[in-house]
Design a protein around this ligand. Structure first.
Ligand SMILES: NC(=O)c1ccc[n+]([C@@H]2O[C@H](COP(=O)([O-])OP(=O)(O)OC[C@H]3O[C@@H](n4cnc5c(N)ncnc54)[C@H](O)[C@@H]3O)[C@@H](O)[C@H]2O)c1
Length: 256
């Protein structure tokens, strides 16, 4: 029960890692405010948490809107008094060649602007005054290394690393810790959607994971919970790769 009575906001909590994290934080005692752009999936997560005896509320909306961020944060504080933890998890990706890339503004909006808007809202409306808070940003291996076909995602996820470090050093004086998880290949909808576009490429991609399997979303949720918890009380500005050994294999060799 590391999060007993803590108020935790999770963006993109309707599916994948956000769903797994919402359930894990709730199971450890948190009141979880679940955002998703799809209101029905946010509500589904809330219903699952409540059915398991936990506490949750839905705060649906498009994370890329600064007004939505401010309103969702305000609603959570109005209902539950404060925000202790923010997990900036919502994300989107695509596959398009850079020279014909049409998704730049949308992907930068969701994957980079949103973590800043939500962090700023949570800090300004609650964490700074309380002199307490933990923010966990979800970047990606794509924030550390590149692959062809999603320039916006790779730029945004690299930006999240800089955002994490910048907020960590600036808000340490307010006792707000800001850290980042870089997930490797994880079996969630975002990957299923991409695999549908290019199945051969993804089959090859799976073979290059040293641990020889994709991650499950629950394994990412555990990393998020660790960084958000007092177990990580002296960790800020850090990037935790949760990737089955992929970054360690950035040598160009196959896993063997
Ligand atoms: N799955 C992977 O292999 C992988 C690897 C590295 C990083 N990531 C990152 O992990 C995070 C979670 O992704 P996932 O794999 O669980 O994917 P997912 O598609 O299962 O979940 C993403 C969730 O975000 C929501 N969302 C999308 N756009 C939104 C918006 N504008 N506003 C609010 N919610 C929105 C979706 O509705 C969905 O519920 C993302 O930031 C993603 O980039 C995923």
């Amino acid at each position: 029960m590391r999060f007993k009575d803590k108020v935790v906001v999770i963006t993109g909590g309707g599916s994948g890692m956000g769903l797994a994290a919402s359930k894990l934080f709730a199971a450890e005692g948190a009141i979880v405010a679940v955002n998703d752009v799809k209101a029905e999936t946010a509500e589904r997560t809330v219903a699952a948490i409540k059915a398991a005896g936990g506490r949750a509320l839905a705060i649906p909306g498009d994370v890329a809107s600064k007004e939505v961020a401010q309103a969702c944060v305000a609603e959570t504080i109005e209902r539950h008094g404060r925000i202790d933890v923010l997990v900036n998890n919502a994300g989107i990706a695509t596959i398009q060649p850079a020279e014909a890339y049409t998704e730049w503004d949308r992907i930068i909006g969701v994957d980079l602007n949103a973590p800043f808007y939500w962090s700023q809202a949570a800090a300004a409306q609650s964490m700074i005054a309380n002199k307490a808070g933990a923010i966990v940003n979800i970047s990606s291996l794509a924030g550390l290394v590149a692959y062809p076909g999603d320039v916006g995602y790779i730029a945004a996820k690299a930006g999240v690393l800089g955002l994490t470090r910048s907020l960590a050093v600036e808000w340490a004086k307010y006792n707000i810790r800001v850290n980042c998880v870089c997930p490797g290949f994880t079996d969630t909808q975002i990957i299923k959607d991409m695999e549908a576009i290019d199945p051969n490429r993804f089959a090859e991609r799976r073979r290059r994971i040293p641990m020889q399997r994709a991650a499950q979303p629950e394994e990412m949720a555990k990393a998020m919970a660790f960084l958000a918890s007092d177990d990580a009380s002296y960790i800020t500005g850090a990037t935790l790769n949760v990737d089955g050994g992929q970054i360690a294999l950035s040598s160009g060799w196959s896993p063997g």
